[in-house]
Design a protein around this ligand. Structure first.
Ligand SMILES: C[S@@+](CC[C@H](N)C(=O)[O-])C[C@H]1O[C@@H](n2cnc3c(N)ncnc32)[C@H](O)[C@@H]1O
Length: 220
């Protein structure tokens, strides 16, 4: 990361960070689904490439489930899967609850931050996905990627869809005002910790930024 970019990244204690995110989503939750389809690319692909049979009786955790967009798509793609959505924002969790109402018998929602300091999750998962959450979690994203290893079953799978990088400083600055860090920093650690099954970096809006979709298996 260049010095110029480093200065953009606003980092704070975990507690302050979670407060900032909760405040940010008080308003953003109201326009989230109406706006995010136009720039959070790769989310459908992530669900599509998870390496499970349609009727597999699996458990999947989404960290930072937001309004439940992915949980709903996961519920449709895997009709026998048990799903857990975890999010630090009450406003977002409430929207998730509405969006996944039809699948309430197999979707659990928890309002809490994810990471080494949280209450232990009562189970191990077949898959844990992070979709546009990790670039907002600064500087603790690294702890969360590592922590997921503990919460995965043997041979468990991690999935990521997120912003990757941009060659335009003005865009990185713009995104940092929305708590997003874009430095290509997630993929390297993911590849280090998880055996890649799929790794894709794609360009958005004629190269203004790149996004990443990664699926990897927990190493032995
Ligand atoms: C950009 S939204 C993505 C929502 C959803 N995953 C999607 O793809 O549409 C990021 C979400 O991560 C949540 N979040 C941020 N920090 C978190 C943390 N430490 N633990 C759990 N959720 C967090 C935010 O509240 C927000 O709902």
């Amino acid at each position: 990361m260049s010095k110029e970019t480093q200065n953009l990244v606003k980092t704070s204690s975990e507690k302050d960070q979670n407060k900032n995110i909760q405040n940010y989503y008080k308003l953003q939750s109201k326009i989230y689904d109406a706006t995010r389809w136009s720039f959070l690319f790769g989310r459908k692909k992530l669900v599509k490439v998870l390496p499970f049979e349609k009727n597999a009786e699996i458990s999947i955790l989404e960290v930072g489930c937001g309004t439940g967009y992915n949980l709903k798509n996961l519920a449709k793609a895997f009709p026998k899967a048990k799903l857990t959505g975890l999010d630090v924002s009450e406003d977002m969790i409430n929207l998730s609850r509405k969006q996944t109402k039809a699948y309430a018998d197999r979707v659990s929602l928890l309002q809490q931050p994810y990471g080494p300091n949280q209450k232990a999750v009562p189970t191990k998962y077949d898959a844990i996905i992070f979709s546009y959450s990790l670039t907002m979690i600064n500087p603790h994203w690294e702890d969360l990627i590592k922590h997921a290893e503990n919460d995965l079953k043997e041979n468990g799978v991690v999935g990521l869809a997120d912003f990757h990088d941009s060659r335009f400083l003005w865009f990185k600055k713009h995104m940092s005002n929305h708590h997003v860090r874009m430095d290509g920093h997630l993929l390297a650690l993911m590849k280090d910790l998880y055996e890649p099954i799929l790794e894709e970096v794609k360009s958005a809006y004629a190269g203004v930024w790149e996004y990443v979709v990664f699926v990897g298996r927990k190493r032995d």
